[in-house]
Design a protein around this ligand. Structure first.
Ligand SMILES: *[C@@H]1O[C@H](CO)[C@@H](O)[C@H](O)[C@H]1NC(C)=O
Ligand SMILES: *[C@@H]1O[C@H](CO)[C@@H](O)[C@H](O)[C@H]1NC(C)=O
Ligand SMILES: *[C@@H]1O[C@H](CO)[C@@H](O)[C@H](O)[C@H]1NC(C)=O
Ligand SMILES: *[C@@H]1O[C@H](CO)[C@@H](O)[C@H](O)[C@H]1NC(C)=O
Ligand SMILES: *[C@@H]1O[C@H](CO)[C@@H](O)[C@H](O)[C@H]1NC(C)=O
Ligand SMILES: *[C@@H]1O[C@H](CO)[C@@H](O)[C@H](O)[C@H]1NC(C)=O
Ligand SMILES: *[C@@H]1O[C@H](CO)[C@@H](O)[C@H](O)[C@H]1NC(C)=O
Length: 434
């Protein structure tokens, strides 16, 4: 009995193994490249010296691709040679068969498996995954193809958004289309509450027939992702927010510390200022600056050491107002307020906006770093700047004011007062209500 068992097993192995051994010609047919001075090139495949196609020996085709093989053979990358018939690697799924399509072995739908199951569109499942800022909708590729839809040509609400990607999810081959979760992209429809934002889009898949595309028979699968409205997510809710990103030093730790500063117009830090508005501010209004880092290591927090404001974009020059020093506001007045610093992955501070006399613009600069809570205190006010490394300077601007230049005398006067005081008597005493 044991013997019989192993014989059956051997027979099975041989059946499966028929595509898993290098093909060797029988009685010189097909011609092996070694017997005719052959070689393999990307342009013409494997050829004898006299340009007749030949079959490369096990391990001799450096192209390492189906281009190595004669029609009827496929490339087996595991044993690095041509095998007879189709060979698919990785293996096909249970509802597929491996077939040679234009000399390339592909996993294609085995429709026999679907034929007797009375499957229709009701059996189609689509699912959506909502990652940070990316929505991915996936549909079962093989069932769609069985139902004669062309998922590879799927589009989103905006028909110019295409680009399906094939992968295997939960044992099914799926087409996936990704769309950034952001306003104004690929026809996304946004709905926003005070705490969440939802993006909705539609996957459109066309049906085809032998006479061509029948555009009336489409699948439209609506999908949506809801995100909590954080400082970060809020930036996706407007077109062109005022923001700037850099990568902070992490002291050798793996992940990238992508860090962003952005300007918001309310204390919820969820209503970003748009670039179209940044030069139409009202003097005396409050701008809320939020910074956040995507660096995941929980030991690190984000800390702003220094922030200052200048009228020009280079940040140097003599006209400079310090807003934050040693991690804390430079004055106790209402003009600069640090709401959070060195406590989490976010920093929040607000500034009552002012202008410099003779200039239309204001820029904000902040020197920021990741702070290791295990080795130092990260949320206090430091008086000295010793031992501080890894600072990067972020800047935002220009900010400008409606009518700040051709303004009524009231504003012009206020601005002039501000500058004069700044130069001669120090910041904290000088900012007046504008
Ligand atoms: C090329 O050489 C092979 C064997 O060396 C021969 O079988 C084949 O007929 C030749 N082809 C031509 C076109 O001469
Ligand atoms: C390929 O050739 C090498 C030696 O030339 C041999 O050891 C190996 O078993 C061969 N592989 C296959 C799959 O035939
Ligand atoms: C397709 O599936 C059927 C049923 O499982 C099987 O009998 C047949 O061999 C498969 N066809 C191919 C080409 O693999
Ligand atoms: C396909 O959907 C129908 C209902 O629309 C259901 O009765 C049937 O069980 C489904 N078949 C499979 C294989 O899920
Ligand atoms: C699918 O899109 C490709 C280009 O992305 C195009 O060449 C092809 O004709 C389209 N097929 C169908 C059936 O629409
Ligand atoms: C395709 O999808 C897989 C799985 O979702 C993903 O890992 C891969 O990066 C995607 N590729 C492209 C080109 O989008
Ligand atoms: C979203 O916010 C709610 C309530 O604040 C919270 O319970 C939930 O964990 C948040 N979800 C995510 C993914 O952050």
């Amino acid at each position: 009995m044991w013997l019989l068992g192993s014989l059956v097993l051997l027979a099975k192995l041989e059946l499966i193994g028929c595509s898993s051994s290098c093909y060797v010609s029988i009685d010189g047919s097909p011609i092996m490249c070694s017997s005719c001075g052959g070689s393999c090139t990307a342009v013409s495949g494997c050829q004898c010296a006299n340009q007749t196609s030949c079959l490369p020996e096990n391990g001799t085709c450096g192209l390492n691709s189906p281009a190595c093989c004669l029609p009827g053979f496929s490339w087996n990358p595991n044993i690095v040679c041509c095998v007879e018939g189709p060979y698919c690697s990785p293996q096909c799924l249970p509802d597929e068969s491996c077939t040679l399509v234009n000399q390339i072995a592909l996993c294609t739908l085995n429709s026999t498996i679907y034929q007797n199951q009375n499957l229709d569109l009701n059996n189609l499942t689509s699912f959506v995954t909502c990652n940070r800022g990316i929505m991915t909708v996936s549909v079962n590729k093989n069932l769609l193809e069985f139902l004669q839809y062309t998922p590879i040509n799927a589009t989103l609400s905006d028909p110019s958004c295409t680009g399906a990607n094939v992968s295997i999810v939960n044992g099914k081959r799926v087409y996936s289309v990704t769309v950034p979760g952001r306003a104004g992209t690929c026809g996304n429809i946004m709905s926003k509450s005070t705490s969440q934002v939802t993006y909705t889009n539609t996957l459109v898949i066309t049906k085809y027939s032998s006479i061509g595309i029948l555009s009336t028979r489409k699948i439209s699968a609506q999908f949506s992702c809801t995100y909590n409205l954080t400082m970060d997510v809020a930036l996706s809710t407007v077109i062109k927010p005022v923001m700037s990103s850099q990568i902070l030093a992490t002291g050798g730790s793996g992940a990238e510390a992508i860090t962003t500063i952005a300007a918001y117009d309310s204390s919820s830090y969820t209503q970003p200022i748009m670039q179209t508005n940044q030069e139409q501010l009202t003097i005396g209004s409050t701008l809320y600056f939020g910074m956040f880092t995507l660096f995941p290591d929980p030991v690190f927090v984000l800390r702003v050491e220094t922030c200052y404001s200048t009228p020009t974009s280079d940040g140097s020059g003599s006209i400079k107002v310090m807003l934050i020093q040693g991690g804390c506001p430079t004055s106790d007045g209402p003009y600069i307020k640090v709401e959070e610093n060195g406590q989490s992955k976010e920093v929040r501070f607000s500034v009552v906006m002012f202008a410099f006399s003779g200039y239309e613009t204001v820029y904000i600069f902040c020197e920021t770093r990741l702070c290791n809570t295990a080795s130092s205190s990260c949320n206090g006010c430091l008086t000295s700047r010793e031992d501080i490394s890894g600072l990067e300077t972020f800047s935002l601007g220009p900010f400008a004011y409606i009518d700040a230049v051709n303004s009524c005398s009231h504003i012009a006067f206020s601005v002039a007062v501000l500058l004069g005081s700044l130069l001669f008597s120090g910041f904290s005493e000088t900012i007046r209500s504008l």
